[in-house]
Write a protein that binds this ligand. Structure first.
Ligand code: GLN
Length: 294
């Protein structure tokens, strides 16, 4: 059936063809996401509205956004939001777009909450170190009802975005924010049961391999690390001093450097080290504990 000019399906198809010509990898899916956001309709609902005529304003805005996507701007930055685990967070070019691997980090901790003693009745103090949009910490604090979260990031704009995300889910009472280089701006003596982190971990030397959608739009501060060893040693030392006895650390990292990271953690006195695979079978996460009091 040929679509009627002026209808939703008509513009969806034209946009898909345009993105395809520009070699955008999933043209139809992206054209659907952008349209569903614009019309404020769940993506699946588009399918029952194919015949709906679009207004001139919608057509113009849709065209502008499709052009942005054709220039490789990520869909999440066009729509200003990204689904993550059970939630959806605001994003902008000031923060990294939450990744599916990072959802796995959250899911791992959530599924093992009993075994890791992250459950009531005690209050669980969590620190999301390099928090960006706040996706890890804000998700965990919603999944673990007795938890309180501290979010810290070097970027003031990232912290602003994570505050917006906390407000969205009414978490103001259970979330604290610090613009901070690691733990430098955190109150003295504040210690945690759980530290989570997805710090920058891509060495600058890998820049040429990164696709333009990422390289041209996402914050380099959140992605790249000038000196992996030096930064991670500082990060692990801060984590070590900020964990209570028996406290846990779970972080995302570069599969190529995970063994080195594990060694660093061991030499700092972390125990129960574990390398955890992501769903593409890459060694993506490091789990470690501070010894419990005997
Ligand atoms: N914690 C945020 C995320 O996982 C930000 C990470 C970062 O900025 N490196 O998306």
């Amino acid at each position: 059936m040929a679509e009627q000019p002026g209808t939703l399906l008509y513009y969806l198809k034209r946009s898909t063809e345009f993105l395809e010509k520009k070699e955008i990898p999933n043209p139809r899916v992206d054209a659907e996401w952008i349209l569903s956001d614009l019309l404020n309709l769940p993506r699946i609902k588009l399918y029952s509205q194919f015949e709906m005529p679009l207004g001139q304003k919608e057509i113009d805005t849709y065209r502008e956004r499709i052009v942005e996507r054709s220039k490789r701007k990520p869909v999440a930055y066009i729509t200003g939001k990204k689904g993550f685990h059970k939630f959806e967070y605001f994003v902008s070019e000031d923060v990294l777009i939450p990744r599916p691997e990072t959802e796995e980090l959250v899911d791992y901790l959530w599924k093992k909450k009993e075994e890791l003693s992250l459950i009531e009745p005690k209050e669980i103090q969590i620190w999301d170190l390099c928090s960006g949009s706040g996706c890890i910490g804000l998700s965990l604090t919603q999944l673990l009802p007795t938890s309180v979260v501290t979010l810290s990031d070097l970027s003031e704009k990232a912290i602003e975005m994570s505050r917006r995300n906390a407000e969205k889910y009414n978490l103001n009472e259970r979330a604290n924010f610090y613009v901070s280089d690691l733990d430098l701006a955190l109150p003295d003596g504040l210690q945690f049961d759980l530290i989570v982190s997805n710090p920058p971990y891509i060495p600058e030397s890998e820049k040429p391999e990164i696709m333009p959608d990422v390289l041209d739009y996402e914050p380099h501060l959140a992605l790249f690390v000038p000196n992996f060893q030096e930064f991670h040693k500082r990060l692990l030392s801060a984590a070590k001093t900020r964990l209570k006895p028996g406290g846990k650390l779970m972080m995302e990292t570069h599969p190529l450097y995970i063994s080195e990271l594990e060694e660093m953690a061991k030499s700092l006195g972390f125990v129960a080290l574990k390398k955890i695979l992501d769903s593409s079978k890459k060694e993506r996460f490091l789990f470690a504990e501070v010894p419990a009091l005997s």
